[in-house]
Design a protein around this ligand. Structure first.
Ligand code: GZL
Length: 347
């Protein structure tokens, strides 16, 4: 009986507290967004004659992603003539599809999509097309047979990025007189199905395939995160005691991998046991390049917001736009990471 009384007592408290909690969550806008991934639909004051842009960002998994989001929010401001509706999909394609449908129902003027993976977009992009809303793909790409489903793509050439890693390794080994030595390589791959991961993997493999003495021991998904990158590298270190090179498809995974390598007692970077080839070139990674911890960093430029705004302005003035816009990118080693580069790096 006492047990039942306790249950009744607890449920009584819950009955009193629950409405208050729900009101608080609703006020904070968490209840709706937390469970659906879609923030509550904001009120759009059409009298302000702002360009209404719905942005579906794939998540906030890395320092690079944060910088990408900040670049969009800095470009699409009210002062610049925009009303920005921003949604973070938390790495879920279903949330991005929900967000796009919400943007369509709100009759936005443009949709910007940073797709978490490259497949599965035909249906919702067709809905946007039928609603007459131009879609600008940002960062990663979509794999659709009908190219008219999106207006343009602003981002990087990830296959070229992967090839750049291969070219650098060729030159590095030649400089050290190791071009004909057996080289053991492991690869930390980004998010499965993401065009950035697929492209970098394909690009590097195209170069590696030209060298019979380059042995890719294993490639594993590290999801572009520090935690998963460390976990995967720990597994590699337990399985292989002769790793010469790590290809890590973003700096966050590199940070985790370096931590694992150091904890194993091995050394990294210039003059170290294991050569580190990374991607993104965010500020903290460039500092590690400058000190020799990372041998080379293939830049992937997240500062895409201004490109998005420029494209929208072209479209607003009735001008044609290119199908693809590539952001400017470099390759960083100790030789070109100067104080000026570090001071200028906003991400
Ligand atoms: C690359 C971008 C990748 C970055 C990662 O275009 O999609 O996603 O390389 C980010 O840091 O998580």
């Amino acid at each position: 009986m006492k047990k039942n009384k306790v249950n009744i007592h607890i449920s009584g408290i819950a009955m009193v507290m629950l409405p208050a909690i729900l009101v608080l969550m609703a006020m904070l806008g968490w209840g709706f967004g937390l469970f659906t991934g879609i923030e509550e639909e904001p009120y759009i004051n059409r009298e302000e004659n702002l360009i209404v842009v719905g942005v579906s960002q794939l998540g906030s998994e890395s320092g690079w992603r944060t910088a990408n989001t900040e670049s969009v929010q800095k470009a699409l401001t009210k002062q610049n003539g925009y009303f920005l509706i921003f949604n973070n999909a938390r790495q879920k394609q279903e949330n991005q599809i929900k967000a796009i449908r919400s943007f369509i129902s709100q009759r936005v003027d443009y949709i910007v999509l940073a797709p978490v993976v490259e497949s599965g977009w035909e249906t919702v992009l067709q809905e946007a097309k039928e609603a007459g809303i131009p879609v600008i793909v940002m960062d990663r790409s979509v794999d659709v047979s009908d190219q008219s489903l999106y207006t343009t793509h602003v981002g990087s050439d990830s296959v070229e990025e992967g090839k750049k890693a291969g070219y650098w390794l060729e030159e590095h080994l030649a400089r050290k007189g190791l071009s004909n030595q057996e080289i053991n390589i492991v690869v930390l791959k980004g998010t499965e199905g993401a065009s950035a991961q697929i492209g970098r993997t394909v690009g590097f493999s195209m170069i590696a395939g030209q060298h019979d003495n380059w042995n890719i021991l294993e490639q594993e998904y590290g999801d572009f995160t520090i935690y998963k990158g460390k976990e995967v590298m720990e597994n590699f270190l337990q399985k292989y005691d002769d790793i010469d090179v790590v290809i890590s498809q973003n700096d966050d995974m590199t940070f985790g991998a370096i931590e694992a390598i150091k904890e194993s007692g091995r050394t990294v970077g210039v003059g170290g046991d294991i050569t580190i080839i990374s991607f993104d070139a965010v500020h903290d990674a460039l500092e590690m390049v400058a000190e020799g911890t990372i041998n080379v960093d293939i830049e992937c430029n997240p500062d895409q917001g201004k490109y998005i705004s420029d494209v929208i302005q072209l479209l607003e003035s009735g001008q044609e736009v290119e199908k693809r816009y590539y952001v400017e990118e470099d390759v960083y080693t100790m030789q070109n990471v100067t104080e000026e580069v570090l001071n200028e790096r906003i991400y």
